[in-house]
Design a protein around this ligand. Structure first.
Ligand SMILES: Cc1ncc(COP(=O)(O)O)c(C=O)c1O
Length: 383
């Protein structure tokens, strides 16, 4: 099918940059003039600001969201041979981080409605080797963790939150990152709070874990050429920290605009047979992604593309079925039915703060036209 020129991008980082350009250029200029490119005041300032923003005692900037997960696992004492339970519907890095510390990712199923880790599925997977669980606040929706925490407490397990997509989201009045648990953020450019390169951060309330994380990210080194443990080089660089400090001021407003867009999509699409995400009250969702479910997903994606509208799939293959994890014994489909069904039905529609009402209208109308087509009608109802 021939595609028309793009009229609605999936994500438009350029228009966001233009809206904050003078402040960003000023911040970059200050870093360059200071000559302080690694660590120092810019990183410390951003760590303090982010800790205050989420209500956390400590915030430790690192090189990426993946590094945040790896270092958090190490700080929690996860070692070779341990098992860590992760959701099958997440970005690969959630599981990859577990593998990279020598532990084994064990994949649990998720819920249809929330896309979050299913506690019953987790419980069935607990063995004497299980040490931790990584719930993911997927698509920016805060996962309610009381039930999972209760399960973890009963079995002596650590919960590490993957908040790579959940900047500014709240759960029971507490921002994700403010729970006191090890919580990992990514500032990959496309995130709600995105750097201009790779960056990540861990929040926690335990001073011992915080100190360990500071050492781990910087060669285990409390002072130059003193190495008290084997760490790595995974520091948050100063330019990214300065950029993030500027953007953090806008995060609340940007998230609010995303929620407005989600409401506008939902108002237009709710009466159709497509499944639209629930919009939790308060700040329970930052709509990093607006993910609908439709059985004839691939045809809809093509129809959108033919109308110049970009859409994406998060994620097209459940983690337990990825080639990288063939050796874990999940090769046969059917073991995690919800995650597997979701992978065939989910579609992320364009979503970013600068999206225009007219564009939301255009996307929604294209979806509705698709649904109205008689041949699609029988096939669209999601599971
Ligand atoms: C759920 C999830 N976990 C982990 C990561 C890894 O973050 P990064 O790309 O910054 O390494 C991402 C980001 O893409 C993510 O979406």
């Amino acid at each position: 099918m021939n595609s028309n020129p793009i009229t609605v991008r999936f994500l438009d980082l350029n228009s966001q940059f233009e809206s904050v350009r003078p402040e960003i250029m000023d911040a970059i200029d200050r870093v360059l003039v200071s000559g302080q490119f690694v660590g120092g005041q810019w990183v410390e300032q951003f760590e303090e600001q982010f800790a205050r923003f989420v209500g956390s005692r400590y915030a430790i900037g690192v090189g990426s969201g993946t590094a945040a997960l790896e270092l958090a696992l190490k700080a929690a004492g996860i070692v070779v041979g341990d098992e860590v339970i992760v959701p099958a519907n997440s970005f690969f890095a959630t599981a990859e981080a577990v593998s990279n510390v020598g532990a084994r990712p064990v994949f649990a199923d998720v819920d249809f409605g929330t896309f979050h880790l299913n506690t019953t599925s987790v419980e069935r997977l607990i063995t004497p080797r299980t040490r931790a669980i990584i719930p993911v606040h997927l698509y920016g929706r805060a996962m309610q963790l009381a039930e999972l925490q209760e399960l973890a407490d009963r079995h002596g397990l650590t919960i590490i939150e993957d908040a790579a997509q959940a900047h500014g989201t709240e759960c029971d009045g507490v921002r994700v990152g403010g729970s006191g648990r090890l919580t990992c953020f990514s500032f990959y450019p496309g995130k709600n709070l995105g750097a201009y390169g790779d960056a990540g951060l861990i929040t926690c309330s335990d001073p011992v874990q915080a100190e360990r994380l500071r050492l781990l990210r910087d060669h285990g080194s409390p002072a130059k050429y003193v190495h008290v443990l084997v760490g790595t080089n995974s520091r948050l660089d100063s330019l990214q920290a300065a950029v993030l400090s500027v953007k953090l001021r806008y995060l609340r407003d940007w998230n609010a605009r995303r929620v407005e867009h989600a409401k506008a999509y939902a108002a237009r699409l709710r009466k159709s047979c497509i499944h639209v995400p629930e919009i939790p009250s308060g700040r329970g969702h930052n709509f990093h992604l607006f993910v609908v479910r439709v059985r004839n997903r691939d045809a809809l994606l093509q129809q959108l593309q033919a109308n110049g509208i970009e859409s994406r799939i998060h994620y097209p293959q459940p983690l337990h079925l990825t080639p990288a994890y063939q050796d874990l014994g999940y090769s046969k489909p059917g073991s995690l039915p919800v995650s597997e069904a979701l992978a065939t039905e989910i579609l992320s529609l364009p979503m970013y703060p600068e999206l225009k009402d007219k564009q939301i209208e255009q996307v929604s109308d294209t979806v509705l036209q698709f649904l109205a087509r008689a041949d699609a009608q029988e096939m669209v109802t999601a599971t």
